[in-house]
Structures are given as structure tokens and as C-alpha cells.
Design a protein around this ligand. Sequence first.
Ligand SMILES: Nc1ncnc2c1ncn2[C@@H]1O[C@H](COP(=O)(O)OP(=O)(O)OP(=O)(O)O)[C@@H](O)[C@H]1O
Ligand code: SF4
Ligand SMILES: [Mg+2]
Length: 352
Amino acid sequence: MMDTGLLPVLSTEAAPSSPGAPLLVVEKLTKTFPRRQSLRSLIRGEPRKRVHALSDVDLTIHRGETLGIVGESGCGKSTLARCLVRLYRTDSGRIAYAGLDVGSLKGADLRRFNRRVQMVFQDPYGSLNPRMTVRATLAEALSVHRMRPPREIEGRINELMDLVHLPRGAARRRPHEFSGGQRQRIGIARALALEPDCLVADELVSALDVSVQAQMVNLLLELQQRLQLTVLFIAHDLRLVRHLSHRVAVMYLGRVVELAETEALFNRPRHPYTQALLKAAPELDPRLRSTSDAVRGELPSPVNPPPGCPFHTRCPDAIALCMTVRPELKPLLDGRLAACHIAAAEDGLAAL
Ligand SMILES: Nc1ncnc2c1ncn2[C@@H]1O[C@H](COP(=O)(O)OP(=O)(O)OP(=O)(O)O)[C@@H](O)[C@H]1O
Ligand code: SF4
Ligand SMILES: [Mg+2]
């Protein structure tokens, strides 16, 4: 985490630099969805095609770190988030939480997992009961999950309001009486009521005004530090990801293609896709605003991902090998992970 110097309202407090033990470990995670089939192809009896949303994703999220996830629309970020909180069943692969296989959790272990790994939503309106006051919503979460005995609930509600910087008196109000940013704070307070150790934030701040975005990002940073939370932060705005994350994973067509410490990634991206993504991000350098292009070429269909390196159809550095042999996600010399034949060869780790 660092101060990018581009958004002064973001706090410059440093996040802890040494992550703890692995909290969530994702191994070879694959998730496909059936693609809608046309009537003609149904009549012809053609087999139903599938969208490859995640392919063999490997990822470790350490206790107490914020891991940013970036990549073009459709690369699988939300699918990954939803698999992690068990909103989706995976096709294959494994997710381990504190050493336990998430896919086979049952009973009390599953309830504990659901409590400790919480998704926070972009607009929690849908998940907050409009007829219930904030106090009633928080009291319900605290009592249903037996987080506090009845006599301590009022005090805990005050603590939660303090944690998300809402006035205690606002707990008497109902969701529609708040602004979008304040409703997100209520959603976060409700997640915190269950004392999670991991928050999954998928485009949490994307719909907010820039100044409110900065406040929410600062709140996440503060909560992460105070409560030693592990945070998965998915966002399109690379500046926010850079500000908040200890490490960043870059996804392309359902795969992680580079994973590095934040500053190493932004200062010296090694995967050609990361390089293109950063070049195309005007928010990282306002001087580039008028000249930057998007990553060149069309994003291939996730129904038929290209063979070899999935990025070869758009990569300026592609060689013949890239079209047939898929590069594995492997450590480079500085310890970051990258899935690129050329980057590995540049570090003397592979021969071309
Ligand atoms: N429920 C679903 N049914 C069918 N296809 C889906 C479903 N959810 C996602 N997909 C497809 O899976 C791929 C990955 O989608 P996903 O929503 O995970 O991407 P994303 O990186 O979150 O994109 P964005 O940045 O736009 O939010 C896309 O091709 C998408 O169309
Ligand atoms: S493996 Fe080849 S195509 Fe893929 S990113 Fe590296 S150079 Fe480009
Ligand atoms: Mg998404």
C-alpha cells in the first residue's frame, strides 16, 4: 500500500507490510457456465457450449492482507469472489479456508465459514430490509448468530456504528433515509457484526462519487488495520487498487496471469497483459488521459479460449511457442508470479 499522490483525500497511513499465514488457498479452481443456446442449435442437437469463467486459478490470500484483483470486464473477478464465499459451486479444484476444504464444510463448520468470510455489496439496499431500522438489522445479526448476550447488544450496536463512522443516533433510521455511501457503511457494519476475518469487496465503491469513493476506501483501510481483516478488493479503478492493496492479482480470460507486491506490479509490470492494462489506465497518470488506448484487439470469447497462452491473440511480444504451449503461473526471480514464456526466459528461468 502506498500514497499514489494522485488522490489527496485518500489517507496516507501505511498498511501492515508483512502478511500472515495463508487464510484462503485456491487451487486449480475451474468454473464454467452453460451458454444460452439458440433454437437452431437446439434443433440441430448441437452440444451445449460452456463459458469458461475460471480456468485452473491458483491463488493464496494471506491473513491480514488486502489482495487486489484487476482485469478487463468478463475476466472472471466476480465469479472468483462468488466461488470464494460459496455462492457458486465450483466445477473442479479446491478452496481451503484456514486449512479446511471449503467445498466439504457442513453444519457448524459451514456456519462458521459463512460468518467469517463475508461479502460486502455495492448497493446493500437489496440485502437490507427496508422496513427495519439499522438498530433492528444489527440486533438481528447479533442475536441470530449469538454474537452477544441480549444485555450486550445495545453496546455492540454503538461500537459497530462507531467503527463505520456513522452517528449512533442514526441507528434509529431506516435504509432509505441514508445516502448510497452511508448505506454501504451500514452493510459493512452488518458484516462486521459477525466478526469476520475476511471481507470480499466486489466493485464496492465503483458506483459512488469520487469523494465518497475515497472515504469508503479509507474506511476499508482503517478497518483492515484495526481489525486485522483480510480483504479481497475487486475494482476497475487501478488507483484505488494500488492505494489499498498489499498485493495485486491480474486476471485475463479466467486465469491469473500475474500476481505481485503492489508497487512491484505498478512500477515494473512483467506480463505483457499487465503492461497493456496499466498503459490503458489514464487514472494512473492524468497526463496520459487523452492518448491512452485500450488493450489492443478484441477480447477472445470465453466460450472458446485460445490454445497456448490465452493472451497470444493480442500480445505484442507473442512468438510461435505462445500459440501452442500454455505458460504456467510461476515465480520469477523477484518472487512475483507470472504466466509468460518471455518473462520466464528474460529471468533465465526457461529456454525459448
Ligand atoms: N451466472 C452466469 N451465467 C452465465 N455466464 C456467466 C454468469 N456469470 C458470469 N458469466 C460469464 O463468465 C465470465 C466471467 O464473468 P464475471 O462476471 O466473473 O467477470 P468480471 O471480471 O466480474 O467482469 P466485470 O468486470 O464486468 O464485473 C463472463 O464471460 C460472463 O459472461
Ligand atoms: S506467453 Fe507469449 S503471448 Fe503470452 S503473454 Fe507471454 S509473450 Fe505474450
Ligand atoms: Mg464483476
